[in-house]
Design a protein around this ligand. Structure first.
Ligand SMILES: [Zn+2]
Length: 258
């Protein structure tokens, strides 16, 4: 199992990364994709991925951080891609839920990253909150890119899911699916995700699966099996079949030899 979304640049993990990785491997999680929230962090996580086996990384600028995207960012980002060979461009996208950056700042950073991903032949690692219609309209203008991209931490409705699937996107599922209160709509949508479009992620240290007992303080990539178990239960398939399918999807989308 590969965790396709870990926010590794967090003191909770960095204080003892080798312990984090060995604990993760003990639960059958053999690797992770470290996701970037801005260009500075892209460099930090790239350095970590060079030091440890089973770590891959993205390069990009999260919509919350879009205010840090300047006229120089595109060239810097392109240089990072050439030098570091990330597995995806992101997190990138639109988040009109909190608007930590203004919608126009988010659009500028997102559109520049779409151009870079197209040019460098990288999948987009997409983040979207309360911006579904604009996200769909934007991706429709880039159908080839959309087809090989990922909507990470999908938490939406069946109708939203169907629109993402129609564009060819892969769907990242987090521990949100283990939340019987907030996750009911997502739980109902899970059976409709084709097996060859599913990806599993923790988004650690956030989004702790609520099915873990006793309840830990923070999420960790070692808890990915809780997400997998819940998805397998909802899809009514064997856990091994789910693990094999998501491994193949991860290898295909991120061009990782697994
Ligand atoms: Zn995100």
């Amino acid at each position: 199992m590969i965790d396709i979304g870990v926010n590794i640049n967090h003191s909770f993990f960095l204080n003892d990364l080798s312990v984090v990785l060995s604990e993760m491997k003990e639960t059958g999680v053999t690797g992770m994709i470290c996701i970037a929230s801005d260009l500075e962090e892209s460099q930090t996580i790239h350095a970590l991925s060079q030091q440890h086996l089973g770590l891959w990384h993205t390069v990009g600028c999260h919509p919350h951080q879009a205010k840090t995207w300047t006229n120089d960012s595109k060239a810097l980002c392109e240089a990072l891609i050439q030098a570091q060979r990330p597995v995806a461009m992101g997190e990138t996208g639109l988040d009109f839920n909190r608007n930590y950056s203004t919608p126009n700042e988010q659009r500028a950073a997102f559109h520049a990253q779409i151009e870079l991903a197209t040019q460098c032949q990288l999948p987009l690692y997409l983040h979207e909150r309360d911006a579904h219609q604009e996200m769909i309209a934007t991706l429709k203008q880039h159908p080839d890119l959309a087809q090989k991209s990922v909507i990470h931490c999908f938490t939406g409705s069946r109708a939203e899911l169907d629109e993402y699937l129609a564009l060819g996107l892969c769907i990242g599922i987090t521990g949100w699916v283990c939340d019987e209160r907030r996750g009911a709509e997502l739980q109902a949508a899970i059976p409709h995700i084709p097996l060859d479009r599913l990806l599993l992620e923790t988004d650690a240290p956030y989004l702790l699966p609520r099915t873990i007992r006793p309840r830990p303080k923070k999420n960790h990539p070692k808890y990915l099996p809780y997400v997998a178990e819940e998805v397998a239960r909802l899809k009514n398939i064997d856990m091994r079949a789910l693990i094999e399918a998501t491994r193949a999807n991860t290898a295909r989308v991120f061009q990782i030899p697994l």
